[in-house]
Design a protein around this ligand. Sequence first.
Ligand code: PEP
Length: 249
Amino acid sequence: MSRVMLIAGNWKMNGLRAQLDFFAELAGQLDDNSAEVLICPPTSLLAAAAMACENSPINVGGQDCHANISGAHTGDVSAQMLADSGASYVIVGHSERRADHNETSVDVRAKAKAALEAGISPIICVGETLDQRKAGNATTFVGEQLLQSIPESELLNNPARVVIAYEPVWAIGTGMTASRADIAEMHAHIRGLLPPGASTRILYGGSVKPDNAAGILALDDVDGALIGGASLAVSSIKKILDAANTQPK
Ligand code: PEP
């Protein structure tokens, strides 16, 4: 089954209004683009970014959402608010959120469910630490983490709207990437845990850069990439998109 590649940028806590030119500049270079393009700016820029992308193929998304639709949760943002700001996706369970905010897989599952209910697609992040990989536990850990993080019945009803991102924790922001063999093994393992024939896309994330993107995106079960640092500059995300567009999938 062919799945449209998704190239997703995670700006994390970076970006001010002065950087909004990014969207018009990138949109101006997407003439021959076939991959889906998504940028997740900080919440402070989301509505303005969505407006800047109105007549372009660029989608915008959030980086986290609360599991509730509204209420007494100071500082949080709901999936409905993200959708209202123009988001079509939201990243949930990023390892930085799991570490910095003690988010559990049970929390992540509730957030993913809230996203689907608000009409936006969750990008559910999973990944092992270096110690888990060294101990030979990576696939077992990631499989269990995924099964706890994914809202099962919603996945069965909306397989195409759920996106999974395999992001080894030790590869995020470090310049180290998993080997192609390890990525292929993990993505095949994850695909094997999904309902047969599910159109759910599985992204790889962890120091994806213009010079390694083509090799990673060429792997069978890799349906795109979640990109932190290299998504902040138009020139580097454009090169990664070029690599995605040349894949025969
Ligand atoms: C990320 O933040 O999800 C990520 C993969 O970051 P980087 O590309 O910088 O490693």
